[in-house]
Design a protein around this ligand. Structure first.
Ligand code: ATP
Ligand code: MG
Length: 427
């Protein structure tokens, strides 16, 4: 699908009825709008409109990962047992979400739940000396997890794409400098996607090397986590570390902390040398001594982000996409099928294409204005452009933002100019 699309040619259809087997709002709206298709519980396909949103989310994350020195790769989902044994993670008692399978000769394989061990193993081929470091490697890659609860639509699925970046540094100090950069990059990612104001850097439990990890938690009733927010400082604590001792250690005031339900949209983690020690990822320092590489990992689930945006930015009529990730920037509706209106609508469609405006053109015949309006509200594209007998008589097109109650008729040239002067919505 290019940047222009006629709705009559879109193979997906909007649905009037809510799906009977979904309790989550994101799944309900995305299914009704034709963004996703449900294969089975916890497994969804992305349809043309949904894939456009998904790819825009991926694009924003990719830009920010490249900006902090990330190099993109993609590792396989099929994983060998031997890669996971050194860290004891092949064990179903340790990792309880594995999908496992077998080769014809009975050799066991796993479908990747995450990629710390394979990434560490892969880097062994390329890192020998301190001169080979640092390295920051990331991917958008499919994970499989046998999640017990899969009732949150695309926010928790059994097959999902994760952006996972792994950092490989010489020592803890250099690691921490990168960790700080990653934190800022994550903030930018969520700001650009329109959920920066409801997303909090949250202290969570850390594991072996650091007392805390950091989660990016977005406030929503659809979340599974409880966090405690300090609004002034703009940070939060996950319930799992909410103790008097931690509150004091972080210099927070318990009486100011507000409890909220939230969803983890991303996390950043200091791994230290757990994986490099276990898998033998070492380098030789300037003095000729062998040292373990110091690691971190950084995850974001683009599908979970998309679901979270639908949960938090929608109204009773449908989705309200932020401009930076909307499937199209303009939804052009032709009301009425008579020649005069058709001709004018086609001219405007061509004009928009000439100006590189991403436009979905509702050219469907035999539909009432009410039906077209309802679909436009459900699909949630930022600008609705109506071309009708009336708008033509009034000398233009009727423009309405998804967030506005009423539109206004303006000459088409003025509308295009206004779009061009607010060109990069995410900046
Ligand atoms: P949760 O506690 O919600 O299960 P997690 O701690 O398992 O998350 P990670 O394994 O660190 O999460 O994954 C990194 C990111 O991948 C998460 O921040 C989230 O955005 C996304 N993610 C994790 N599990 C899923 C899932 N089942 N479906 C969709 N996205 C997911
Ligand atoms: Mg999990």
């Amino acid at each position: 699908m290019g940047i222009h699309m006629k709705q009559s040619q879109l193979f997906t259809r909007t649905k009037k009825e809510s799906p009977a087997d979904e309790i989550s709002r994101n799944a309900e709206l995305l299914l009704k709008g034709g963004f996703i298709y449900k294969e089975m519980a916890g497994v969804y396909d992305y349809m043309p409109l949904g894939l456009r949103v998904f790819n825009k989310i991926v694009g924003i994350i990719r830009e920010e990962m490249n900006a902090i020195g990330g190099q993109e790769v993609t590792l396989s989902s099929l994983q060998e047992k031997a890669t996971w044994e050194p860290t004891n993670q092949w064990d179903d008692e340790q990792v309880d979400v594995w999908f496992k399978t077998k080769l014809k000769n009975d050799t066991e394989l796993g479908l990747a739940v995450t990629h710390e061990p394979p990434m560490t193993k892969m880097l062994k081929d390329y890192v020998q000396s301190y001169r080979d470091l640092p390295q920051y490697v990331y991917q958008f890659q499919t994970k499989f997890r046998n999640e017990t609860r899969a009732k949150s639509g695309i926010m928790r699925t059994r097959e999902f794409v994760m952006k996972d970046l792994y950092s490989f540094d010489i020592d803890e100090a250099l690691h921490l400098a990168f960790y700080e950069k990653a934190k800022q990059a994550y903030k930018k990612v969520f700001q650009r996607m329109g959920i920066g104001h409801i997303t909090y850097l949250t202290f969570a439990s850390g594991g072996m090397f650091s007392k805390f990890s950091h989660e990016f938690q977005t406030i929503t009733g659809a979340g599974e986590d409880i966090i405690y927010i300090d609004e002034e400082k703009g940070i939060a604590l996950n319930k799992e570390v909410y103790t008097d001792e931690v509150i004091e250690q972080l210099g927070l005031d318990k009486s100011k902390l507000v409890e909220k339900r939230a969803v983890e949209v991303g996390n950043i983690f200091t791994l230290g040398t757990r994986f490099s020690d276990a898998l033998g990822l070492t380098y030789t320092n300037e003095a000729g001594e062998s040292k373990s590489v110091f690691m971190g990992s950084y995850g974001i689930g683009p599908g979970r982000v998309m679901g979270t945006i639908v949960e938090t930015l929608s109204d009773d009529k449908g989705i309200i996409w932020p401009e930076a990730i909307a499937p199209f920037r303009v939804h052009m509706l032709r009301l009425g099928d008579d020649e005069h209106v058709k001709n004018r609508a086609n001219e405007v469609y061509e004009l928009l294409q000439k100006h590189n405006v991403e436009v979905l053109f509702d050219d469907r015949e035999g539909m009432s204005p009410g039906e077209k309006f309802a679909d436009a509200d459900l699909i949630g594209i930022p600008y609705r452009l109506v071309i009708s007998k009336r708008s033509i008589e009034e000398g233009g097109v009727e423009v309405k933002k998804r967030t506005e109650e009423k539109g206004r008729v303006v000459p088409i040239e003025d509308f295009i100019t206004s779009l061009e002067t607010t060109n990069s919505p995410e900046a």
